[in-house]
Design a protein around this ligand. Structure first.
Ligand code: SAM
Length: 190
């Protein structure tokens, strides 16, 4: 898994990378009312949102499995004289020492083979404190296979169950440079 993602960075096969902060970030943060606290960004990629969140004063931890993505983010933070905890780890196995106020997950679920989705949902649930938020930006491809794997919000309600998560209405649809769409939801961890 690690080598496959690293290869994508080396070969420039990074169609998910918009080169800037997602326009959904501000809207989702506004929905939560959070202006400070501990945020986790799993599958952060080059980490434009990590830098933006650090700039806004959040205590940010970022995870990615690809060394190139991690290096890019660390360089960006150093360039802007910002601080965040940036870890090269497998998010399917990483354990948090303390729960987070929120997780910002941008096309990380769709990067994972669906056989890992239940494990990943468990990870998200364990990382977020009760009453905390999952800011989710999920991609719709309307095709088979992946990555990216199609994230159908109605099907995801069978994964992010109402006994564990309270779903917001759909907050925004974001056009992606790749021609695909992402939809933004904020889920509250019960
Ligand atoms: C589709 S990209 C999204 C990157 C970033 N969130 C964005 O939207 O620009 C998925 C990212 O997840 C990382 N990734 C995939 N599997 C992972 C895993 N098991 N643990 C940590 N990171 C992983 C990849 O290296 C890649 O950077």
């Amino acid at each position: 898994m690690k080598q496959a993602w690293e290869n994508r960075y080396h070969q420039g096969q990074t169609g998910w990378d918009r080169g800037d902060v997602s326009p959904a970030l501000n809207l989702m943060l506004h929905h939560t009312g959070l202006s400070q606290g501990k945020l986790l960004v799993p599958g952060c990629g080059r980490g434009y949102e990590v830098i933006e969140l650090a700039r806004r004063g959040f205590d940010v931890t970022a995870l990615d499995i690809a060394p190139s993505a991690i290096e890019h983010l660390r360089n960006g933070l150093a360039r802007d004289r910002l601080r965040a905890t940036v870890l090269e780890v497998d998010m399917l196995h990483w354990r948090a020492q303390q729960p987070f106020d929120a997780v910002y997950e941008q096309t990380s679920l769709c990067a994972l083979d669906p056989v890992y989705w239940e494990q990943y949902e468990n990870q998200l649930y364990s990382w977020i404190k009760p009453g905390g938020f999952l800011l989710a930006l999920w991609m719709q491809t309307f095709s088979r296979g992946g990555p990216p794997y199609h994230c159908d919000p109605d099907s995801l309600k069978q994964l992010f169950l109402p006994v564990r998560w309270h779903w917001s209405e759909q907050l925004k649809t974001v056009e992606h440079p790749s021609g695909r769409h992402e939809t933004a939801y904020v889920l509250t961890r019960i």
